[in-house]
Design a protein around this ligand. Structure first.
Ligand SMILES: CC(C)(COP(=O)(O)OP(=O)(O)OC[C@H]1O[C@@H](n2cnc3c(N)ncnc32)[C@H](O)[C@@H]1OP(=O)(O)O)[C@@H](O)C(=O)NCCC(=O)NCCS
Length: 154
C-alpha cells in the first residue's frame, strides 16, 4: 500500500472526538457533535480511522461494524489535502482493519453526482449493489448502494 511520508494512519478513540467533530462539521451539513462521537468511539460496534499529520486530523472514516458487515457512515479528507491519494490510503487501511476483525462485506450509500467519492470507491474495489431513485430530497439525486466483498462471488 502506498504510504504518505510523515502521515500516520490509526484507529480513533474517545480522545479524538473533538477533532473528528470539527473536521466533520467542515465537510458535512448534518455533522455529529463531539459528544455524540465520544459516546460511539470506543464501542466495539463503531470503527473509526483517521490520517494524522502530527496532531492534525486530515482525514477520517466512520463505520458501524455488525455481524461481519461494515456500514460506512462518512469518509472525508480536509479540502486542501484532497486528490493526493490520502482518501484511498485511508479506505484501504480501514478495509484491512475491518477484515482483521472478521468483516467480509462493506456497504455504503453515495450520491450519484459525487464524482470524487465514486472515483475513490471504484479505485478501492467497490461495486454497485443497488439504486434508490431520487433518494436525496435536497437535490433529487439518486443514491447508489455500493459494496465491497472480501471474497467476491463471480
Ligand atoms: C471523496 C473524498 C474522501 C476522496 O478523497 P481524496 O483523498 O481526495 O481521494 P484520493 O486522492 O485518494 O483519490 C482516490 C481515487 O478517486 C479518484 N478521484 C479523486 N477525486 C476525484 C474527482 N474529483 N473526480 C473523479 N475522481 C476522483 C482518484 O483519481 C483516485 O482514483 P485512482 O486511484 O484510480 O487514481 C474527498 O473528495 C472528500 O472528502 N470529499 C468530500 C466528502 C465526501 O463527499 N465524502 C464521501 C461521501 S460520504
Amino acid at each position: 500500500m502506498m504510504r504518505h511520508f510523515g502521515l500516520e494512519l490509526r484507529l480513533l478513540g474517545p480522545d479524538d472526538a473533538s477533532k473528528l467533530a470539527t473536521l466533520e462539521a467542515k465537510v458535512f451539513a448534518d455533522a455529529w457533535d463531539a459528544g455524540h462521537f465520544a459516546g460511539l468511539l470506543g464501542q466495539d460496534r463503531f470503527l473509526a480511522v483517521g490520517t494524522f499529520d502530527g496532531q492534525d486530523l486530515l482525514a477520517y472514516l466512520t463505520a458501524f461494524s455488525l455481524d461481519g458487515e461494515l456500514e460506512i457512515v462518512n469518509v472525508a479528507v480536509d479540502s486542501p489535502f484532497r486528490g493526493r491519494g490520502i482518501g484511498k490510503e485511508l479506505m484501504l487501511y480501514f478495509l484491512q482493519e475491518g477484515c482483521r476483525r472478521g468483516a467480509v462485506r462493506a456497504v455504503l450509500e453515495v450520491r450519484s453526482g459525487n464524482a470524487a467519492a465514486l472515483g475513490l470507491y471504484a479505485s478501492c474495489g467497490f461495486t454497485q449493489a443497488g439504486l434508490r431513485k431520487g433518494y436525496y430530497a435536497d437535490s433529487g439525486e439518486d443514491a447508489l448502494i455500493l459494496e465491497w466483498l472480501l471474497c467476491p462471488v463471480s
